[in-house]
Design a binder for this molecule. Structure first.
Ligand SMILES: CC(C)(COP(=O)(O)OP(=O)(O)OC[C@H]1O[C@@H](n2cnc3c(N)ncnc32)[C@H](O)[C@@H]1OP(=O)(O)O)[C@@H](O)C(=O)NCCC(=O)NCCS
Length: 186
């Protein structure tokens, strides 16, 4: 079960896969690297992520390894989002500990990232709603945050559609970029 605050490593319990009408949310596989590297190479996708730079294949592989480590250590994490009809990797959604913003810790963040071809179809909201519903069913988790770089209006809109409210405007220490923190009680 997920516990309040930062769940401990001895705290497994999140479902390792979830289904929505159009998506299968699942843990990452080695053969996701090609698809995810194609997504993290798109400048418009990465514009509001961290320092805004695209990732090469090696850096993308490191990210995927870190996502899986998060699953192993925390018992929850970011799901690969696979389009059920085609089997293609659309991107990700899921939960992560936002250690990059120490001032809001402890916290659990819901996040999303889709390849450009998958924007504008309601997929991020559909996937995130399944993650929120699952988080609600986890007795220990009472609150979710979500963080976007100022100007990322599509992401802000997903937060609002999920029922989150703006809680704080601040600056991300490692990039110096202004960010907005949304939150919701479960
Ligand atoms: C953010 C992201 C996941 C949204 O995915 P999506 O599947 O297109 O999102 P949805 O269709 O579920 O919802 C997007 C909403 O934002 C709105 N929107 C899109 N672009 C917008 C803009 N520039 N200004 C205002 N609203 C915008 C859409 O109209 C939609 O709202 P609506 O349903 O009320 O019409 C996608 O754009 C993405 O992957 N971006 C790059 C990675 C990223 O920035 N991730 C988030 C980091 S915090």
């Amino acid at each position: 079960m997920l516990r309040r605050g930062v769940p401990a490593s001895t705290n497994p319990g999140a479902a390792t896969s979830l289904e929505t009408p159009r998506l299968l949310l699942r843990r990452w596989r080695d053969d996701d690297l090609d698809g995810f590297a194609a997504i993290t190479a798109q400048p418009e996708v990465m514009r509001f992520i961290h320092d805004g730079r695209t990732l090469d294949r090696a850096a993308t592989a490191e990210r995927l390894a870190a996502y899986e480590r998060h699953w192993d250590e925390r018992g929850f994490g970011l799901y690969a989002a696979e389009v059920k009809e085609t089997g293609e990797l659309a991107g990700f959604t899921g939960l992560a500990v936002p250690a990059f913003l120490p001032e809001i810790m402890p916290a659990v963040e819901i996040g999303w990232r889709l390849g450009r071809a998958y924007w504008g179809q309601g997929l991020a909201t559909e996937a995130a709603r399944a993650v929120v519903a699952h988080a609600r069913a986890s007795p220990g988790l009472r609150r979710l945050v979500s963080i976007h770089v100022a100007g990322n209006e599509a992401s802000a809109r997903v937060m609002v559609k999920l029922g989150m409210a703006l809680e704080r405007e601040t600056v991300q220490p490692d990039t110096g970029r202004p960010v907005r923190v949304y939150a919701m009680n479960l």
